[in-house]
Design a protein around this ligand. Structure first.
Ligand SMILES: [Zn+2]
Length: 90
């Protein structure tokens, strides 16, 4: 298993036994938003790491595109969480 395979395994936020446990906060929706945000930020971090490894190569262009996309997704996930917290007051 490569290092990349290992990092992929961490990006499955809904599959472990503990993920199915009832939310200690009482709001399952908040937990879902948090997990989505967590996964998106991890993906963004991985994409930024790819910038370092591809700088100076022909792959840098697509790596920067992926990083920008991942940043937008992480931003969107954060906004979704914020919206829920405000609307639900949880
Ligand atoms: Zn809530």
């Amino acid at each position: 298993m490569t290092k990349s395979d290992v990092s992929q395994l961490k990006f499955r936020p809904f599959q472990s036994r503990s993920d199915r446990a009832e939310s200690p906060t009482g709001c399952d929706e908040k937990v879902r938003f948090l997990r989505r945000y967590d996964a998106a930020v991890r993906e963004y971090s991985r994409a930024v790491s790819d910038l370092v490894t591809t700088v100076g190569s022909a792959d840098f262009g697509s790596a920067i595109h992926c990083a920008n996309l991942a940043r937008a997704i992480a931003q969107e996930a954060h906004e979704g969480l914020d919206r829920h917290l405000t609307e639900h007051g949880c």
